[in-house]
Write a protein that binds this ligand. Sequence first.
Ligand code: AMP
Ligand code: GLY
Length: 426
Amino acid sequence: MKVLVVGGGGREHALIRKIKESKKVDSIACCPGNGGISYDADCYNVSATDIEGVVNLAKEIKADFVVVAPDDPLVAGMVDALNEAGFPTFGPTANAAIIEGSKVFSKDLMLKYNIPTAEYKVFDKAEDVIEYIKEKNEFPTVIKADGLALGKGVIIPESFDEAVAGVKEIMEDKIFGASGNNVVVEEFLTGPEVSVLAFTDGKCVKPMVSSMDHKRALDGDKGLNTGGMGTVSPNPYYTDDIAKECMDKIFIPTIEAMNKEGRTFKGCLYFGLMITPKGPKVIEYNCRFGDPETQVVLPRLKTDIMDIFEAINNETLDDLDIQWSDEACTCVIMASGGYPKSYPKGIEISGLSEGQLEGVTVYHAGTAINDDKLVTSGGRVLGVTALGRDLSEALEKSYKAVNEISFDGAHYRKDIGQRALNALKN
Ligand code: AMP
Ligand code: GLY
């Protein structure tokens, strides 16, 4: 098979490495890819959001299967277009991807089908939001732009003034464009967060191993929100009891709800969960593999990933037994100086050699090759990933590898996995 992967970050690199292991695959293409991906796949300079361009590329290279990884093209209907052109695909159609594309949709879905989530209200006018927040006078509160916003559409103001400023930016200055036409204001929940990615063909749902993201830029969960500064798998807060409760109250009800709405979801559904004192609740759904969750989940997958993708496409997932390794996996993101604010590009990366440490894989997120040199080209640059017998062994390997790699201004969190290790001690 020739498989085309749409996207160009660390998640796509991890997907491509796993697809490369498949006994069914003899070549992999990627668009647009990145510097590191170009060692593993033929990269084409077509944007991941260019639907017509991707359909044409799939035709040109005669792809046998197309995997659409990022949120924007899924929400915009790339899978619909590829299916129409006759390509088997992995990823939801637009009418199902709305579960991530609209927070108002997902909150209303959860309310209608009794799926546990934070209480909320929807607004389309800034003055009404401000009035509501003033009256409620409970801080912190949570304000979310309805549409896609590069993972940055959520603010958690600690005061009324902060809330007013945030609402103004989202609804009046439109820093996220039309995504801010509506906002959801919701109750602030507390508890550890768990990411669960799940394969589903719309008939059954098979959760992957759990993981924990680290969203803030700085140690101790300080600083700005980012796309994710590191991940560990498994997540110790996701006990067998919690997993069962999530299956019964969240995963199956969500799949059934989408079917009842005529929006059958096929692909990877990402459940962002918070384990609150009142049980697990949904913080968000994503219609795709998480980044950097994928980087710690897929290395633990033992089953041929193309068997899974094909089973989902053929709606026969229930017949497939998916196997996972008991090892732990950790990913430390090395980011450009300044990220998540503005950062320089084109900085040379040194100290990186494949297979430098056993069990370590460096997934490339924002790299390019310039004059045969590997340079930075994005905010998140590398995901330094390791498998180990347990979390502490994996973390030790990840950080050992991080210490060997350098580029000017590089920053990374030194405390990835600490919360998970502490949870294991208690
Ligand atoms: P989201 O983009 O929806 O995942 O939100 C980003 C982050 O904001 C989440 O990972 C949580 O840490 C936090 N968050 C979102 N919603 C809530 C909530 N209702 N209560 C507390 N924290 C929240
Ligand atoms: N790591 C969170 C996300 O992929 O949205």
